[in-house]
Design a protein around this ligand. Structure first.
Ligand code: GLY
Length: 570
């Protein structure tokens, strides 16, 4: 009887996948990204991309451009670009040297593991997400300073000046910039105990001029004093004062002690000559991506077809196992003995993936228990840069939620992150991305909270092939994974790979999130074999660069999803 059901189901999946492919062949128009010979910059904002390209044209290298772009994003994209947050940088130099920099925020020295729990040990709603106590010690300025010290070539002042000019002399809002500022008007007032300079009587509109005068002053302090312009003196004092106003705990000492950390990247080979180079903990991104790629090596995704029931099912089954590992084993390596070797070990992975059936969904409860119901939020920002020498930089950076904890440091003009919510505030209790964690990611003073950011570089036959990353909270890892599969397995041009509809699953909640637009027949088939489906508008916003076979660079900004993603080259 079981065998009969098996053959009926298999025949059903085969018929469905033929019909899915028949539908897909109607989509003929091939999108192409921006082509250039000497350098490409892809960011979430046209003004930041322009700043990066200008630096490359002036002879700066990819690291110089990354520093200038990071500071420009702090001005033009205050919802995620930042000096009050943190992030990760993965690089591959033209000579093949690879590395990564961890400038993730750290828990302040007065933090403790129960700081967001009430007397009964339950999380206090929003305490880790909104307001002063949600902020970790920012890492971005230290990260950029380290990057400059190791790789900078142009004068530091030259890298800082474009962002200072944008903040001081103003720029025109895009429609999307305006809509975000309008959306958070009430939150700005509530959290900051009254209006801030970004509160306005009438709504912001496209082409309104905006000035960030206090931020220009802070950036000038960084220009003139490097990291001390932020972690010491006036800016540090303003941060501490701001903390004291709202029950926050970051001190001047926490700031002075912050250091970014160089780490060996996670590197794994995939199929015929590809190598994936990505971010190690304190991000979960590189380990999870590596586990997904190693698991995917056992499947022929090309034969299964793009976004068919079969390929979505297999990706989901891999993902649920990987995210269960993430929740259990990953945390800041400086504080917790992350079993990296085990997580990437062939035998371990074969056992883990050996239970995948092509015909039915595994219940996530069978993989490991937990309770998560929703995933609410998809923020952060990513940029990719390749210079004329072939140096590549992949940076993902964040305040966590839009405008972080919504606290604007008075007198200094920048928002602080709410990254503390990325810790496991209580084992098994989901954060805003629905992610659960355990001891590995418990709060400790000076520890970094686990991230999903996945700045990644791919080599093909020992040469630079792709630079890729995206915002999107917990969906970052699976989005980067799919773009790589789309190119390497499905043979899509990079812009098509970016534009293609994405899916996401993460162990808990036990469901597949799919972007609207995926074939309804496919979704029905997935339901038939036991998957719960949730359709949403958008997953992530990839910013990628591909080195084509003819040697040209192709910048693929995600222009099909909400936002102002822009690729430029020269
Ligand atoms: N705050 C989002 C992340 O780091 O994954």
């Amino acid at each position: 009887m079981k065998r009969k059901i098996y053959w009926i189901l298999t025949a059903f999946l085969f018929v469905i996948s033929c019909r899915e492919q028949a539908t897909d062949t109607t989509q003929k128009k091939i999108a192409t990204g921006v082509l250039a010979k000497n350098g490409v910059v892809v960011t979430a904002h046209p003004l930041a991309t322009q700043v990066g390209i200008d630096i490359l044209k002036k002879g700066g290298n990819a690291f110089d451009a990354a520093i200038a772009v990071q500071y420009a994003l702090a001005v033009v994209l205050p919802k995620a670009g930042n000096i009050g947050g943190g992030g990760f940088l993965v690089y591959r130099k033209s000579d093949g040297e690879t590395g990564s920099l961890d400038f993730r925020e750290k828990a302040p020295s007065a933090a403790n593991k129960d700081m967001y729990l009430d007397g009964e040990g339950n999380p206090i709603s929003d305490l880790s997400k909104r307001g002063h106590l949600a902020a970790g010690v920012p890492g971005t300025v230290a990260g950029m300073d380290e990057t400059y010290a190791k790789f900078g070539s142009l004068p530091f002042k030259q890298l800082m000046q474009p962002s200072i000019d944008l903040a001081d002399q103003g720029f025109l809002l895009t429609e999307y910039d305006a809509s975000l500022l309008n959306r958070f008007q009430d939150a700005f007032k509530e959290v900051n105990n009254g209006s801030i300079y970004l509160n306005k009587e009438t709504p912001f509109a496209e082409s309104d001029s905006i000035y960030h005068k206090d931020l220009a002053k802070t950036l000038s302090l960084i220009r003139d004093n490097r990291r001390d312009g932020f972690y010491k003196g006036e800016t540090a004092l303003l941060i501490e004062k701001e903390m004291q106003k709202g029950g926050g705990i970051i001190t001047q000492e926490d700031l002075a002690n912050y250091e970014a950390t160089w780490r060996a990247p996670i590197e794994v080979n995939f199929k015929d000559g590809y190598k994936i180079i990505s971010m190690p903990p304190s991000s979960s991104g590189g380990v999870a991506l590596a586990q997904l790629m190693l698991g995917s090596a056992n499947y022929d995704f090309k034969a299964m077809g793009l976004n068919t029931a079969k390929s979505i099912h297999v990706m989901t089954e891999l993902q649920r196992r990987v995210y269960a590992d993430r929740a259990t084993h990953l945390g800041d390596m400086d504080f917790y003995d992350v079993p990296l070797a085990m997580l990437l070990d062939d035998t371990y992975l074969s056992e883990r993936y050996g239970t995948i059936s092509l015909d039915s969904a595994t219940s996530s409860q069978e993989i490991k228990a937990g309770e998560v119901t929703t995933i609410e939020s998809f923020e952060t920002t990513h940029f990719s840069i390749v210079d004329k020498e072939g140096n590549a930089v992949s940076v993902t950076t964040t305040l966590n939620s839009y405008f972080g904890c919504k606290v604007l440091v008075e007198g200094a003009g920048f928002f602080l992150n709410n990254e503390m919510d990325d810790f496991s505030v209580k084992p098994g209790v989901p954060n805003q991305f629905g992610l659960v964690g355990a001891e590995a990611n418990a709060i400790q003073p000076g520890k970094r909270m686990l991230s999903s950011m996945t700045p990644t570089i791919v080599e093909k036959e020992g040469k630079l092939f792709m630079v890729v990353g995206t915002p999107g909270g917990s969906t970052i890892i699976t989005n980067v994974y799919q773009v790589i599969l789309n190119v390497v397995e499905h043979g899509l041009p990079i812009q098509e790979a970016v534009n293609a509809k994405k899916i996401h699953s993460q162990w808990l909640p036990d469901q597949i999130i799919v972007e609207k637009g995926i074939n309804s027949l496919t979704l029905d088939t997935l339901r038939t074999i036991g998957h719960e489906i949730r359709e949403i508008e958008q997953i992530g916003r990839i910013e990628a660069i591909l080195v084509r076979e003819d040697g040209m660079l192709e910048g693929a900004a995600d222009i099909t999803r909400t936002g102002d993603a822009t690729a430029m080259g020269y």
